[in-house]
Design a protein around this ligand. Structure first.
Ligand code: ZN
Length: 154
């Protein structure tokens, strides 16, 4: 393997297993947990990347497409998400596993995942995975959209 910029053969291919102890920050947004697969640093349990020891060039196809950390959702995306879980914001109750919802939200957009977790975690803290009977703090779609916008604009 030779460097994509300077053709040097001095490429260091790094592999590190960190499992869910990965953390970082993109555009002021923190992430932590497993290695995000769309940042060019590996994915899942492993941090993996290669760089040139002569010129410092990270080896990859740049620019990378927009990552889930960076992505903000439209109102219609939020609505689709909740409707897919058979939930309406006004008075909804969790009938499904809250943490499965957070996982699904994180796959769409990291800010949405942390919004969901932040907004609802206090209500479900200390409870088992099967949560039911906890009321939504929102009275309408508009309230939910506004709360999300405020959250991602922090
Ligand atoms: Zn190089």
């Amino acid at each position: 393997m030779s460097c994509q910029r300077c053709q040097s053969q001095r490429i260091n291919s790094v592999t590190a297993k960190c499992s869910d102890l990965c953390g970082g920050n993109v555009k002021g947004r923190d992430y932590e947990g497993y290695v995000p697969a769309d940042l060019g640093i590996g994915g899942g349990d492993y941090v993996e990347f290669s760089y040139c020891m002569d010129c410092g060039q990270m080896q990859n196809n740049f620019p990378l497409p927009q990552s889930t950390i960076e992505k903000d959702l439209e109102d219609s995306d939020l609505m689709d998400f909740f409707l897919n879980w058979d939930l309406e914001p006004a008075g909804f109750k969790f009938r499904e596993s809250f943490w499965n919802m957070v996982d699904a939200a994180n796959k769409m957009s990291a800010p949405f995942g942390s919004f969901l977790q932040n907004e609802f975690e206090t209500q479900v803290q200390g409870l088992s995975n099967k949560v039911s009977g906890y009321k939504s703090p929102f009275n309408s779609w508009d309230e939910l959209f506004k709360a999300y916008r405020n959250y991602v604009a922090r």
